[in-house]
Ligand binder design. Sequence first.
Ligand code: NAD
Ligand code: 6OD
Length: 486
Amino acid sequence: MKEIKHFINGEYVGSASGKLFDNVNPVNGQVIARIHEAGEAEVDAAVKAARAALKGPWGRMTVAERTEILHRVADGITARFDEFLEAECLDTGKPKSLASHIDIPRGAANFKVFADLVKNVPTEAFEMATPDGSGALNYGVRRPKGVIGVISPWNLPLLLMTWKVGPALACGNTVVVKPSEETPTTTALLGEVMNAAGVPAGVYNVVHGFGGNSAGAFLTAHPDVDAITFTGETGTGETIMRAAAKGVRQVSLELGGKNAGIVFADCDLDKAIEGTLRSAFANCGQVCLGTERVYVERPIFDEFVARLKAGAEALKIGEPNDPSANFGSLVSHKHREKVLSYYQKAKDEGATVVTGGGVPDMPAHLAGGAWVQPTIWTGLPDDSAVVTEEIFGPCCHIRPFDTEAEAIELANSLPYGLASAIWTENASRAHRVAGQIEAGIVWVNSWFLRDLRTAFGGAKQSGIGREGGVHSLEFYTELKNICVKL
Ligand code: NAD
Ligand code: 6OD
């Protein structure tokens, strides 16, 4: 059986404890590999390697040299596209038709875009007067923050891990990555690409394991990690923030959401239906930016519900290799239990099940998979668990509204504030409503349209800080002011 090892100081190494756990293919429940679980010793070795690498050739390279190497990393991912695709889909159960368009290309782009960005960002300079008349010149220089702990989730494993590692390395840091225990493979494979691209040993390190009382907690508690960047649940974010308080380390937290879609009667309904189908059901609903609450203006409510139902029922459920499939399995049986518990709660809370609500019939060879049906509800009260809690599954609740003010109030009614999608052809309304939505990201007549130069992050309990573009540079560098008396 294949083993997935840690990647420390440029080499794949197993755990001294000999502790391993299963890597399961969610489409059929079969064990596909055994993963080494890091103890404190492996985490410490990885952090030491990362610290040492800061003082090695990596720390002495010019930005142009680093950029060239990171372009080679991106090209290395592209050259091994099919291997990354296969590995990502085996770990997650997502269709290849999706991962080949989103996950793997973004894995490469995250290195190229941030390497180029760092090369082109100027720093500030200020001349000042001094009492003796000679004057002084202040100028800023950006230095890497040091060793960055990267903790990533399972829903877009390569995309979300490289979204942190790309800018961190572009800024000259070194990293220790702890991928999700559910989806370690592409993070492990990236070590081979790093070596082939000429990334010096110790710059990119990977430790595998779980969160609490395992690799995740050991990494966030390690005193020699300078900053932590995390994507995952809000509760885990709180735990990580507490760990980072020791030693006053900076955190960047991209957390949960319960995002609202607002569909006005003056929208282009074809576009709103197509966009909401994607935002509710893409990646089996396992996208932090996904829409689980849809508010539709009353005159078009019935038509919208009927058409979204037809769209959901037309989704083709299947395994990753099925070229016609556009809807895969959930990531794990554990997550399926959570999602199905909400499907049950919706019934208990009195929802009208418009479509779905259960488990699809699958052929015998896929019967052991973590499948659920795309699901739509109406009729739930605003304070029900299904409407207020993040499910992270392929489901949404649709509720009518009568006024713009009511829609805004409903969208803003929860403690989350990650993303929102507004559907209207009225440009004034689009700007007016977008400005009032309490979220880090608002899309108008689109969803998950990404330009990596833009700020990305959540308001309220959906996160702290912004990454993307110069905001990533803010987090991954220390800005030092040098004041020279002339
Ligand atoms: P999770 O919080 O359970 O786990 C994320 C990572 O944290 C995993 O690697 C896990 O092992 C690790 N971890 C867990 N407990 C830890 C601890 N005590 N100390 C250190 N590390 C720990 O999240 P998940 O279930 O993997 O991912 C789904 C969640 O992620 C959803 O809530 C989703 O909204 C959120 N998410 C947010 C964004 C965003 O950009 N805001 C993006 C993707 C996913
Ligand atoms: O596109 C990105 O950069 C990003 N961080 C997406 C997050 C998706 C959440 O599931």
